[in-house]
Design a protein around this ligand. Sequence first.
Ligand SMILES: [Zn+2]
Length: 81
Amino acid sequence: MHRNTMQYKKIFDSMSPEHIEEMNQRQEEEHIKQAYAFKVGYEQDICYLCGKSFKTISKNEPCLHWLLRQCKFKKKDFPEY
Ligand SMILES: [Zn+2]
């Protein structure tokens, strides 16, 4: 883990500030795209990760959206929040 951090630092040090800026921007765009895809899917009750309905829980195809469902249920269990 620590060695990886050092390697990344070396790579960053060898990059121009413009390049780093560009990479940051690209990452930001990717982040926004993902958040948007998730929001659109969520409104349609479709998981953008696997393309299935949030209600679909297939034991053969585990997906992160199961956890999101669980979060929802937990919120209901604690109405004070
Ligand atoms: Zn899913």
